[in-house]
Design a protein around this ligand. Structure first.
Ligand SMILES: Nc1ncnc2c1ncn2[C@@H]1O[C@H](COP(=O)(O)OP(=O)(O)O)[C@@H](O)[C@H]1O
Ligand SMILES: [Mg+2]
Length: 468
């Protein structure tokens, strides 16, 4: 809705306003001559607006034609083209890739021009090409390929440390599931060991010598993820090359689609199609190619929840959840904490040549109470971090990272009773912090004051005031 304003305001908006937005805006008249070309577009395309405005599009972009230019196509058809990926060489020969949306501009039922909104994804495309190249170098290939440390599935079932009955059952289910080719979904909170299970599935079955290719599906735009997964053929969009995608790379082996609920919804049916007929179609290809790939998918929330939240299509869910493994969070299997802690102490003693003998009982108590939002990964990093800064033989509470330290200082109950006045909760919290610091400093008030960053007198008066 446009309000009433001085006509000069609209002029100023065109002049300055459109130049401050980050997306490129490019407007052509009904004949295809540029009438507006903002600075974002100029920056992306490496041109100056003076070189473009007033000229016909094909004069400035000689690598485009009536068919491949979205602006000219929109002028011709009068229909918008949304989220189209384009790679082209600019007038000066710089190769850029953009995601464009072009809409016709109509006035009294007549197409009077077209506008394009341009987002530069050149860097992301370069990255996606690097991803496929790297994966293809890491994946083993050819007959007689050996499992080398560079091949992808590095973990197997023996690497999953557990004494918990539910986890042990999960390991034996994994062993049996490894014999089949059915798709699997592995779900659990971050850091519970989903990747470990995906590797183990691959390495416990007949595909163990074949490639294991993993791709995280989050944070990659739909158009790119599609060419990463399915590959491209020359000419599918300007600048596209004949390239294999990850499905073809994983042929004979396993493709691990990590965080599949972050995969754009319009791409999900294409995964479903491969699972149903075993063929992939490279982007822009007329033909399909058969692939023999086992798909393992992961989600960090209950997949039914993902379906309800519309981040996972229901039909795809039923197809990939033929076998479904739920990895419980660490707080649901606290019996695993001591053995995992011991395992990680041994692991870092070996790799970093430390001589740590273990963790203090007080630390284990703390571990048993702490909620572990980052699960096993958080435990592993807490231990690695402590081992890197400690000087004793046993890990102490004060060697632990801040979330655990803060949790250890939280006096039981202070946070749980909302009816308590704030100043009382704060007193308790302060008392807990002082007690813990004094304990660490063996009762030496000067050292504790330094550790807390307060003058000695302040600490002394606080101790008195808190009745410690
Ligand atoms: N049961 C376990 N035994 C040994 N290490 C584990 C176990 N579970 C997780 N880890 C370790 O914790 C880290 C996180 O595991 P990962 O499989 O990447 O979690 P997720 O994929 O669920 O986020 C990895 O370094 C992994 O080796
Ligand atoms: Mg993971």
């Amino acid at each position: 809705v446009r309000g009433k304003a001085d006509p000069g305001l609209w002029e100023a908006l065109l002049e300055y306003g459109l130049d401050t937005v980050a997306d490129g805006i490019h407007v052509v008249d009904a004949q295809g001559h540029t009438v507006l070309y903002n600075s974002a577009t100029a920056r992306m395309e490496g041109l100056r607006p003076e070189e473009v405005v007033g000229k016909h599009l094909l004069e400035v972009f000689p690598s485009l034609n009536d068919e491949t230019s979205t602006l000219l196509t929109v002028l011709r058809t009068g229909k918008p083209i949304l989220e189209r990926q384009q790679t082209y060489a600019s007038f000066k020969g710089r190769k850029i890739t953009t995601v464009n949306s072009s809409v016709p501009l109509t006035f009294k039922g007549r197409v009077v021009g077209a506008m394009e909104i341009v987002r530069d994804i050149t860097r992301v495309v370069e990255m996606s090409e690097r991803i496929v190249d790297l994966q293809s170098r890491l994946a083993p290939r050819g007959p007689g390929r050996e499992r080398s440390p560079g091949s992808w599935a590095t973990y197997s079932l023996e690497d999953i440390v557990t004494v918990n009955p539910a986890m042990k059952r999960l390991k034996s289910v994994t062993l049996r599931a490894a014999r089949s080719d059915a798709p699997v979904i592995v779900y659990g909170e971050t850091g519970t060991g989903k990747e470990l299970f995906a590797h183990s599935l691959h390495n416990s079955g007949p595909r163990m010598g074949a490639p294991f290719v993993a791709q995280n599906c989050s944070a990659i735009p739909a158009t790119l993820l599609e060419s990463i997964l399915f590959g491209t053929v020359k000419g599918s969009f300007t600048g596209a090359q004949d390239r294999r995608g990850l499905f073809e790379l994983a042929d004979g082996g396993t493709l691990f689609l990590d965080e599949i609920n972050s995969m754009p919804l319009d791409l999900q049916p294409k995964i479903l199609r491969v699972l149903q007929d075993g063929n992939v179609r490279r982007v822009g290809d007329l033909d399909v190619r058969p692939v023999n790939v086992r798909v393992i998918a992961s989600t960090n929330l209950d997949p039914m929840e993902a379906v309800r939240k519309k981040s996972l299509r229901e039909d795809l869910y039923y197809r990939i959840a033929v076998i479904s493994l739920r990895i419980p969070p660490l707080r649901e299997r606290r019996d695993d904490i001591p053995s995992l802690a011991g395992h990680f102490v041994a692991k870092y003693n070996k790799s970093h040549e430390f001589q740590v003998r273990g963790v203090r009982p007080g630390v284990l108590d703390l571990f048993q109470r702490y909620p572990w939002p980052g699960n096993v990964r958080e435990l592993e990093h807490a231990i690695e971090g402590a081992m890197s800064i400690m000087d004793g033989e046993f890990i102490e509470i004060h060697d632990l990272p801040p979330p655990l330290l803060v949790f250890s200082m939280k006096p039981a109950g202070a946070m749980d009773n909302p009816k308590k006045p704030l100043h009382e909760s704060l007193r308790e919290l302060e008392r807990g912090i002082l007690q813990e610091t004094l304990r660490r400093c063996q009762g030496n008030i000067s050292r504790a004051a330094r550790a807390l960053g307060v003058p000695r007198q302040t600490l002394q008066s606080k101790i008195k005031r808190l009745g410690m």
